[in-house]
Design a protein around this ligand. Structure first.
Ligand code: ADP
Length: 353
């Protein structure tokens, strides 16, 4: 097992900085998820940890050893790719054993034992004699993980491993990965663009955008206290509602207290769909937002109502059977304890006193 330390890591292509001065400490045994939109630099970061890309600047330590310029095989890591990268002409057994047979000095009996152990753990023992084209997507993914497991590396790197699977299987595999991590206590760095995977798998998540680290924290911490408007909108589905600062001073003071007067006009407020509720007419006057229902999406266990409030549109989570329909007049109450305030220019979260 090993900690990973990224110190001021940069990756520059000719005219483009893909990763910009990234500092990140992955603790021993941690499940670290790198998450962000396409092109934010997360795969490049993972590939630099793996040694598949040169590091333009900065230092990389794995288990306390400087491996900035070490060859991939000297780093004691194993990587699982989105494409699985299995050898099509080999059986599952050979796919799992091949790397060890070729590159390690281990006795054959030890290799066989490791393949059997990994197969058992991943429940693919009865597939060992099949070839990859005789497997489902989920089974191929297990083989790819098994091939990494048998090497018993210090660090596991996963690059979007579940994105080729359907939604049900993805959810199942998330559970399996979590169990694997708990059972083996291995250090994992996991790349995904899917914020659900990040929220459910990560011990901590590192949210990236434009080659930079935007926020690092436990999933619920990032969800509750996003550091920027970008993080607030990227993490959480459906997305957070963003509203302009109220023009009416009475409303403004009711929501924000005495800070209202000190905030710039382009300040943006943020509330998640579950932080707004349909209120009764008896709610205190300033906390009542009259609105009109535009549309209701009923998802079975819950419903989301798109509601127009003045010039703004907000999405509100409500009970699946809430008696709502388009054009209906409603009254909303915001949960002011959860209200967030963002600088309209920089997007930085501002503290509310
Ligand atoms: P992500 O994994 O977050 O989708 P990547 O790490 O793959 O993003 O890419 C980060 C940025 O670096 C992107 O803007 C991408 O176009 C650029 N990039 C990646 N590989 C190369 C390359 N070989 N040459 C030039 N630019 C690249």
């Amino acid at each position: 097992m090993a900690a990973i330390s990224l110190q001021g890591i940069c990756k520059r292509y000719r005219d483009h900085t893909a990763v910009d001065r990234l500092d990140l400490e992955v603790e021993d045994g941690e499940f670290m998820v790198l998450v962000g939109p396409s092109g934010c630099g997360k795969s490049t970061t993972l590939r630099m940890i793996a040694g598949l890309e040169d590091i333009s600047e900065g230092r990389l330590l794995i288990g306390g050893r400087d491996v900035t310029h070490a060859e991939p095989h000297e780093r004691d890591i194993a990587m699982v790719f989105q494409s699985y990268a299995l050898y099509p002409h080999m059986t599952v057994h050979m796919n799992m054993a091949f790397g060890l047979l070729r590159a390690s000095q281990l006795p054959r009996a030890e290799i066989e034992q490791r393949v059997q152990d990994a197969a058992q753990r991943l429940k693919i023992t009865d597939l060992l004699q099949r070839r990859p084209n005789e497997l489902s997507g989920g089974q191929r993914q297990r083989v790819a993980i098994g091939r990494a497991l048998v090497r018993q590396p210090k660090v596991f790197l996963f690059d979007e491993p579940l994105s080729n699977l359907d939604a049900k299987l993805r959810s199942h595999m998330r559970g399996e990965l979590e169990r694997l991590h708990d059972a083996l206590g291995i250090t994992i760095v996991y790349v995904t663009h899917d914020q659900v995977e990040a929220m459910t798998l990560g011990t901590r998540i590192a949210v990236m955008d434009g080659g930079r680290l935007q926020q690092l924290g436990a999933p619920m911490e990032v969800y509750r206290q996003p550091a920027t408007r970008f993080v607030a909108s990227f993490i959480g589905s459906p997305e957070m509602n963003f509203l302009p600062l109220p023009a009416d001073a009475e409303d403004g003071r009711a929501w924000l207290g005495e800070r209202y007067g000190a905030l710039a006009q382009d300040t943006v407020l943020g509330l998640r769909p579950e932080e707004l509720s349909l209120a009764s007419d008896a709610a205190p006057a300033p906390l009542r937002w009259p609105g009109v229902v535009q549309r209701v999406e009923r998802l079975g266990a819950e419903a989301y109502a798109q509601i127009r409030v003045g010039d703004a549109g907000v999405l509100v989570r409500t009970a699946a059977d809430a008696p709502l329909q388009a054009d209906q007049a409603v009254v909303l109450t915001p949960d002011l304890a959860r209200l967030r305030v963002f600088d309209g220019r920089t997007g930085a979260a501002l503290a509310i006193q």
